[in-house]
Design a protein around this ligand. Sequence first.
Ligand code: GLC
Length: 545
Amino acid sequence: MSVRDRWYQDAVLYCLDVETYHDANGDGVGDFAGLTAKLDHIAGLGATCIWLLPFYPTPNRDNGYDVCDHYAVDPRLGTLGDFVEFIRAAEDRGLRVIVDLVVNHTSDQHPWFQEARDPDSDRHDWYVWSDEKPEDADEGMIFPGEQETVWTYDRKAKRYYLHRFYEHQPDLNIANPHVRAEIERVMGFWLRLGVSGFRIDAAPFLIEHKGIDEVSGKADPYEYLRDFRTFLSWRRGDAVLLAEANVAPGEVPHYFGDGEKLHMLFNFVLNQHLFLALARQRKAPLERGLLLPPKPPDEGQWATFLRNHDELALGRLTEAQRDEIAEAFAPDRESMWVYDRGPRRRVPPMLDGDAARVRMAYSLMLSLPGSPVIRYGEEIGMGDDLSLPERTAVRTPMQWSDKPNAGFTSSDEPVRPVIDSGPFRYQAVNVDRQRREPDSLLMWMERAIRARKEADVFGRGDWHVVDTDHAAVFAHVCKRGGRAAAAVHNLSDAEAEAALDLSAYADRTPLDLLDPGDGLPGITGGTLSLSLPPYGFRWFRLDRA
Ligand code: GLC
């Protein structure tokens, strides 16, 4: 694969849930027609690839991650015809689309599972069963507090089935070749409809051997990843796999392989350390988070994000570190924390709506190594609604305007309440308004994304951390060929004077990337001395003359 073909390495991803994005037919539920009508917003922001959360038929007990037909569109969101129209309209704007591939488990309402409950049916072995309740049945639950076990008795099968997630989500048996063939059919189906790849939901559980060791003969589970990749690449050469794998740094190489397994992984380790750095207002955890996981192979890439549709999972930090984050960003742990893992809040409320600090956090997301993943609403600084249960708090409808229900729907019964009180109410925080304000977050983010693309090094460049003499000032350089660019961030609420060690670039002239009008001092004696306001940041080019 030629370097230029690796579109995902300088992609800007934008993630959304069709259900809460925009409702075109006025029934209160977002739909594909509504999303299609808003594609110019996404393209205008500068995103290059949309990641769609599950939009398949579903009993909807886990926000669509409980699929009951992998080959169709949830009728509330539209039809397959609407999906294809959407793909075509996205393509017209140069936008690629990747979709969630949820095949670790299905809904218990899926016809496969319903058939499988009959122990004599051919489908029985599509799921993972046990005659006895395994001794470790209460270990490895994903939703502690909401879930009591990972093995539940099925009265019809008269056996226990494995479910890593909720009890209504039985795990598929990945060791069964029929299941694997079916997963390939599912991928093949959506590839034919024009998608550019998949976000693999719950990747570590998808490939695990829990309950199927005897069948799988303890085969190397990571080999499945290679099989997926081979299949994908034969069907569509430029399609990618992006895995949700919140794994320890040491496990990362198993997922990327030497570039022949997954193309992209969300950088969960960096994410968690980034929040620790924000909480402490110190650069050290961020530097550690960057350096802990091994660098991806040439063909690999990180997906860099701040928040996703789940809780902010902090399981890779120590308990004391989690406490620090709670104290800073979720002081009322009772209402703001979930599953013993982390906050169920969006970024702006965690940062008390401090505009400079929010912008600094998004600036990190857009400049740190990897391809950034913007979650819908981040471009305008949307908040959360803690009166909603669990993770629903961060899944409220997109705020388009100050019209009733945020312009999300013309119905007065939106699928989920819009935020209409407090500092993040839609009357104050919406796309329409920010489009008219040159200094809004939205307008800033458009400019920052353009600057990122023009610099052409932040995504796939080789990077290194820059030494600074200030504990709150983090700096790094990305370079490729003769081009280089640096970003420097003041994580603290105090002004900072910092000296950056740029001796390797002593002969270059720093040129500001974000506000080209703003002058920068030169590099003298290998050092660049900068003064940054509270939460201030700069990006600048360091191209070879
Ligand atoms: C992933 C999703 C999460 C979902 C779970 C079960 O972790 O991100 O939202 O609940 O998988 O499918």
